[in-house]
Design a binder for this molecule. Structure first.
Ligand SMILES: Cc1cc2nc3c(=O)[nH]c(=O)nc-3n(C[C@H](O)[C@H](O)[C@H](O)COP(=O)(O)OP(=O)(O)OC[C@H]3O[C@@H](n4cnc5c(N)ncnc54)[C@H](O)[C@@H]3O)c2cc1C
Length: 430
């Protein structure tokens, strides 16, 4: 560790909000054989961009390369506000200038097509090959299209998922704008685990907000394969107040799961729910770790990637770490906030390990805000610690069940502050 002493490193960990005790941190005092090590990060979303950024903040002697196909990143957080017409797509679009200019990350716009864990090499779509000492993989999610007859990437141009933000968000927004008053919007959400578990409820709320203002005779059928939960109960209470008669919740759990989609008839079918027809159909398919994780043998039979939560090292491949939605880090939910936290912890662990030290105890924080309308938001915020190698919740929970309008408004304001903070932090803006 050429550039960083123990005290500065602890300060950085503290500022990143992950350190809970510096007592166990062990760093050797001098530079080691792995100074100037090459760390390659796959995927420039919440997990990958944060990790690349913090690797360089923790140890500026590292050679950090981030591979991301897109020149700009469109965030899923706040994408439901775009559907509602509250925010523009530009508001949720970010570039990589901060990572390059402020933190010296080498950002390459390319796609990783294979990983050779034995030779420590990756191949890119452009034909290039890169060699690494450590690899961090944060590719987000891919869809299990085959589980729904008639669903495919091609057919998502008719029934958008809008579960990866960008053109799909714009498409769904346009469909909502074009829908006649009195139309039906179907939102079909998959069984868990999937990214951002409360986001289908936020989506139903914010589409209802838009419809109530502009097409008040319209309605929403929310086919929910997660089944009942405490969180859902809080949303339903809010819907009773704000969107009575607009949002109808349909139990799509177990036998209710969507098994086929007919893009011509704009209908979805599940065993117990029968066939439901909409004017706009938002079909969110079941998910698994981003395809490259599966191709590289990082995922198990569940479709997600097992890791050691201490450092997010893959338990299946050496010298590779998996963070973000792709990894199995339950009970942490698959959210951008979780991915950001994991990116920082993984970066710290890599720096410590490359220098022959041991990681201190850290805290794992996560949370998610959900709007019901611009002045009414709910949240969940949780803190975890490692106990016997497993993540255990030590604090936090959902918003208060009973709260005044003022409190819900405050949460909506906090949500906006959270978004500004996390995007600055993730993409290295100043
Ligand atoms: C509607 C919606 C609302 C949400 N709201 C919130 C919220 O309010 N708060 C919150 O915390 N979370 C929210 N989330 C969840 C959040 O978006 C994800 O949990 C988060 O993006 C996960 O980060 P990640 O790094 O794992 O994946 P991503 O952020 O998706 O990043 C993955 C990146 O990897 C790249 N990639 C994939 N494969 C390759 C490859 N082979 N080579 C190179 N690059 C590759 C992709 O292009 C992508 O940029 C929401 C999600 C949705 C769908």
């Amino acid at each position: 560790m050429n550039q960083l002493d123990r005290r500065t490193f602890i300060k950085l960990l503290g500022a990143a909000g992950v350190i809970s005790s510096a007592n166990s941190l062990v760093l050797p005092g001098s530079a080691t054989a792995e100074a100037n090590a090459r760390v390659v990060v796959v995927g420039g979303g919440f997990g990958g961009a944060t990790c690349a950024n913090y690797l360089r903040q923790y140890d500026s002697s590292l050679n950090v390369t981030l591979i991301e196909p897109n020149v700009q990143f469109v965030t899923c957080p706040f994408s439901n506000t775009v559907l509602a017409g509250m925010k523009s797509i530009n508001f949720i679009t970010h570039n990589y200038d901060g990572l390059r200019k402020n933190h010296g990350v080498n950002v390459m716009h390319d796609m990783v097509i294979s990983i050779d864990a034995t030779a420590k090499k990756i191949k890119l779509k452009s034909g290039k090959t890169l060699v690494y000492d450590r690899l961090v993989v944060s590719p987000g999610i891919s869809f299990n299209w085959h589980e729904i007859e008639g669903a495919s990437a091609e057919n998502s141009k008719i029934m958008p998922h809008a579960w990866k933000a960008g053109t799909q968000t714009i498409l769904l927004r346009k469909q909502l704008e074009a829908m006649k008053d009195g139309g039906t919007v179907i939102i079909a959400s998959p069984r868990k685990p999937f990214r951002a578990p409360p986001a289908p409820y936020e989506r139903a709320s914010l589409i209802a907000y838009y419809l109530k203002k502009t097409k008040p005779s319209s309605k929403i059928l929310l086919i929910d394969s997660s089944g009942d939960s405490e969180e859902l109960a809080m949303f339903r209470k809010g819907w009773e107040k704000l969107y009575k008669g607009i949002i109808e919740w349909v139990d799509g759990s177990e036998q209710g799961e969507i098994v086929s989609a007919d893009t011509k008839a704009l209908s979805l079918t599940g065993h117990t729910i029968g066939t439901l027809k909409g004017d706009v159909v938002n079909l969110i398919p079941p998910q698994h770790a981003g395809e490259i994780a599966r191709v590289a043998g990082l995922a198990d039979e569940s479709g997600w990637c097992p890791v050691n939560p201490k450092n997010f090292a893959s338990t299946l491949q050496k010298n590779i770490h998996v963070i973000g939605d792709a990894c199995i880090a339950e009970p942490m939910q698959k959210t951008g906030h979780s991915a950001n936290t994991q990116g920082k912890i993984c970066a710290a662990a890599i720096v410590v390990e490359l220098n022959g030290g041991t990681m201190p105890d850290v805290t794992y924080s996560t949370g998610i805000y959900s709007f019901l309308n611009p002045k009414y938001a709910l949240s969940s915020a949780r803190v975890y610690r490692l106990k016997n190698g497993k993540l255990k919740q030590v604090a936090g929970g959902l918003s208060a069940k009973k709260a005044s309008r003022k409190t819900r408004l405050k949460e909506a304001r906090f949500a906006s502050g959270w978004y500004k903070g996390i995007t600055m932090d993730t993409f290295g803006k100043t």
